[in-house]
Design a protein around this ligand. Structure first.
Ligand code: 7TS
Length: 418
């Protein structure tokens, strides 16, 4: 990390937010970037880490015995330790690098689900899952004969441990839920869910794509068996994701992808696979992405995830105050900003979310419109499509004011009286 980035991140003061914003080349006062649940912007230190890898350390990691390749390997393995420390894993070997949270969840589904489940077993997920934590389990159910069961939300978009308890049985082998909904902002009590799963002899999988960037996540404290997340949602590069898994499980699972760098030895008709984590990392790794993710986590550590959370909670409360009272706007989920973690998903009576997003874009305000890869949740909420503003700590009250002002005028712009 560059010295300037370290100094500014370490001394981060929400009252002087401009200093941190200046570290993000794509953030300026002309564009209000409010689509952070889709992906975050990147600070200089991450961009420098990517370029620096190619300028100084590029060679195929984990293969060569010469100094350059050793440096590339050390970069990858250093980042692995950084990730392990960041999420409270016991050891770096429990961290597998993938392309994104989606691939991590597929790895768990294909390697664990397909091999350890049989007809009549149950997989329990929730209705608020992103499709990435839904479709892989549909596949496992289809191919193994296991039954896929859902925990629905209550009318306020909440899921409590009691609601999970009511669905999990002794036939349940996997409970897999998001920790934080990308639509509702609701935080599931995954530690309590894990206790329920384990009491019934099931494993607990956590989709941390939305939680890891915003709240303190400690896999040892949660006692989950797997946790998936993406680098690009936590200020890191695209194309790198993480699957944490408990050593005992990872050791028992067959590889997901087969090929180079995941074997000890190969014969004509067989192979002996490497130890974890390499058994699950076939082919040349995205070394620069992994090193960039390490730099992103160093950056977040300098600021402090708790400071990030406090800032985002304060911004959410402010956005709520401004948006909630606007006539004809309905915000999905709990009626309490402290339960939204920076995510405000809403409808405006009579205005299609695509129009909302398009009109906001003409004012250089970036939000997401659509089903947010959560169609069953949309259906349960009785909507087809919504608009979502999602905040990161670097956002400002001024950006929220701009959004609220535009939303206040939206119906009039579409020709309604009010
Ligand atoms: N799980 C959750 C809860 C997510 O929000 C997302 C992406 C994923 C998994 C998949 O992440 P990926 O990096 O593998 O694509 N969510 C969103 C979103 O809300 N808008 O764009 C992507």
């Amino acid at each position: 990390m560059t010295d300037k980035n370290i100094e500014i991140a370490a001394g981060y003061d929400p009252a002087d937010n401009d200093k941190i914003r200046a570290l993000f080349p794509l953030i300026d006062d002309s564009t209000a970037y409010l689509d952070n649940a889709a992906t975050t912007q990147k600070p200089e230190c991450v961009i420098r880490a990517l370029a620096g890898y190619y300028e100084h350390d590029n060679a195929n990691p984990l293969r060569g015995l010469y100094k350059l390749s050793v440096r590339a390997t050390e970069g990858v393995e250093g980042a692995r330790q950084t990730v392990a420390d960041f999420i409270g894993a016991r050891e770096a070997a429990e961290i597998i690098f993938t392309r994104n949270a989606t691939e991590s969840l597929n790895l768990a589904a294909y390697s664990y689900g397909m091999n350890f489940l049989k007809e009549g077993d149950e997989i329990v997920i929730t209705i608020m899952e992103h499709h990435s934590n839904m479709l892989p389990w549909q596949q496992v159910a289809k191919h193994t004969g296991a039954v896929l069961k859902y925990v629905d939300t209550d009318e306020n978009g909440r899921i409590t441990p009691e609601m999970v308890e009511a669905v999990v049985t002794d036939k349940t082998k996997i409970v897999s839920t998001t920790q934080l909904s990308n639509v509702l902002g609701w935080e599931n009590d995954v530690k309590a869910f894990a206790q329920i799963a384990h009491r019934h002899g099931a494993i607990m999988i956590v989709d941390g794509a939305q939680s890891v960037p915003h709240i303190r996540v400690d896999v040892s404290d949660i006692d989950c068996d797997f946790l998936a997340f993406s680098g690009h949602k936590i200020y890191g590069p695209m194309g790198v994701g993480v699957l944490y898994g408990k050593r005992e499980l990872l050791e028992a699972m067959p590889p997901f992808l087969f090929g180079g760098e995941m074997i000890d030895s190969v014969t004509r008709f067989g192979a002996k696979y490497s130890e974890i984590p390499h058994k699950f990392e076939a082919g040349t790794l995205n070394a620069e992405g992994i090193i960039g993710l390490g730099a992103a986590l160093d950056f977040v550590n300098q600021i402090g995830i708790d400071k990030i959370r406090a800032r985002e909670d304060a911004l959410t409360a402010y956005a709520w105050e401004k948006i909630k009272p606007i006539p004809h706007i309905r915000i999905l989920g709990a009626d309490d900003p402290s339960l939204h973690h920076g995510i405000i998903t809403f409808t405006i009576d009579g205005v299609h979310p695509h129009d909302v997003s398009y009109i906001l874009d003409t004012k250089d305000i970036c939000v997401r419109a659509g089903h947010h890869c959560a169609q069953p949740l949309m259906k349960q909420c009785g909507v087809f499509s919504t608009t979502r503003a999602s905040l990161a700590f670097y956002n400002t009250k001024e950006e929220i004011d701009r959004l609220a002002d535009e939303l206040g005028q939206m119906r009039a712009q579409m020709g309604y009286d009010r």
